[in-house]
Design a protein around this ligand. Structure first.
Ligand SMILES: [Zn+2]
Length: 220
């Protein structure tokens, strides 16, 4: 049943990105390789049509775990200014932000359209015109991730974000009894922050949150 569902899903992905091909994988992940073509336009920005040679690896547990993407032709310069991770994967955004985006449209095509195309659009635009990433730049690595989580959860500082990440690794029932990280002085279960926290917790496994909270800056 699960396999059938994913068959339909990767077929749909290949219909949308016909120059990519399914590649054999050593585990249960689904790997595509090939030319990823897109056309996109941001509000008031230029229309861009471009393509990148990519390898995209969807873990078996997708959408509860995030895909990894590599660019294969060195068209994207390595390093922080183009958001390429030290392991050569593309840094498409903060992990919890990506989970939220994937959750809104939890298919392979949804991931491509909502997480990958906006990133590649920003890269193409920067390669053409220089300057910063148009989408508003997050600092690369852990500081940028912490800043993004302050934004998502309306928190004020790094310490609050760390406490939030610790609550995400606990079961809801237990987390709700702990002190809320927003400094409201209440338990999480009594603060409106719980809605966002409990909703986010459903988007990945507990072991994912455990890994992520111990090293928020490393790619997952
Ligand atoms: Zn609170």
């Amino acid at each position: 049943m699960l396999k059938m569902k994913s068959n339909a899903e990767w077929t749909a992905f290949l219909d949308d990105y016909p120059e990519m091909a399914l590649k054999p994988s050593r585990d249960d992940s689904i790997i595509f390789k090939g030319s990823f073509k897109f056309s996109a336009q941001s509000k008031g920005g230029p229309h861009i049509t471009d393509s990148y040679d990519l390898k995209i690896e969807f873990p078996f547990s997708f959408p509860k775990e995030l895909p990894k993407v590599w660019e294969l032709n060195n068209k994207i310069p390595e390093g922080d200014s183009f958001h390429v991770n030290p392991d050569k994967t593309l840094c498409l955004g903060s992990p919890i932000r990506l989970l939220h985006k994937v959750n809104k449209s939890p298919t392979m095509t949804g991931f491509a359209e909502n997480c990958l195309v906006p990133f590649l659009y920003a890269v193409s635009r920067k390669l053409k015109d220089g300057g910063d990433f148009y989408m508003g730049e997050l600092e690369h690595g852990e500081p940028g991730i912490i800043d993004d989580y302050k934004d998502i959860f309306s928190l004020n500082d790094k310490d609050q974000v760390r406490r939030l990440l610790n609550l995400l690794r606990l079961k809801k029932r237990i987390a709700n009894k702990r002190e809320c990280p927003c400094n409201c002085g209440k338990r999480l279960g009594k603060c409106k922050l719980r809605f966002k926290v409990n909703n986010t917790r459903k988007m990945a496994s507990r072991s994912w949150f455990q890994k992520h909270s111990s090293q928020p800056g490393s790619a997952i």
